[in-house]
Design a protein around this ligand. Structure first.
Ligand code: GDP
Ligand code: MG
Length: 199
């Protein structure tokens, strides 16, 4: 596995519809429904629990938040979906914001998050199809692994991936215990090595 560690992570910028994305370099974005653990994953990876605001009211994040890591690449916290109570106009805004970024050509890799305890929703499946449509390479991460018995975690993660219509593998992750952190960091190392050969 790639030897890779996160040494430094800083908030960079928030971008809304029509805004300007940071250019250049590898961009790895978290997608998933509201409350699945996107911000917690970023914080856990970066060992900084104040970095990405962990919202207590789901669906509140309506901006794309960029974090600069190791002065070398970007982790991107995308707004979540599946907030049933969100007004239609909000949902449409979300769609346009996501589409603009997904089609920008700036995105290197997507970490798609699914809750290890639940079967993927129709919206998860739609999101996954969108990822395939835009042809962005992805890794599936099954969050909140600490909520399941250890012996069931890998199997549940893989089953969720299969139900999504993806190859049946997801990395079980816990932001509480940092389980899965080494594996996700190794993925990031491999993504960087792929994108910047010879570095
Ligand atoms: N037990 C547990 N709770 C988690 C984990 N990750 C996130 N949470 C909790 O789930 C809620 C939503 O997390 P957040 O990162 O804000 O989700 P986001 O909306 O996808 O960014 C918060 O209360 C977190 O503390 C995890 O791995 N284990
Ligand atoms: Mg969040």
């Amino acid at each position: 596995m790639e030897e890779f560690t996160i040494k430094k992570a800083v908030f960079e910028t928030s971008v809304g519809l029509g805004g300007t994305y940071p250019e250049g370099g590898v961009q790895i974005a978290m997608v998933g429904k509201s409350n699945v653990g996107k911000s917690s994953l970023i914080n856990s990876l970066c060992n900084n629990f104040k970095l990405a605001r962990i919202s207590s009211s789901p669906g509140k994040t309506r901006l794309i938040n960029f974090f600069r890591v190791n002065d070398a690449f970007h982790l991107v916290d995308l707004p979540g979906y599946g907030f049933a109570k969100a007004p239609k106009v909000e949902q449409e805004k979300w769609g346009r914001l996501m589409e603009a970024y997904l089609s920008s050509g700036l995105l290197t890799h997507i970490f798609m998050l699914i809750d290890i305890r639940h079967a993927p929703t129709a919206e998860d499946k739609q999101m996954f199809e969108w990822i395939l449509y835009y042809g962005v390479p992805f890794t599936l991460i099954a969050t909140k692994a600490d909520k399941l018995a250890r012996s069931k975690r890998q199997q549940a993660a893989n089953a969720a991936a299969k139900l999504l219509g993806a190859p049946p593998y997801a990395i079980p992750y816990s932001a509480e215990t940092a389980e899965g952190r080494a594996e996700v960091c190794a993925r990031i190392g491999a993504i960087l090595a792929d994108a910047m050969p010879g570095m």
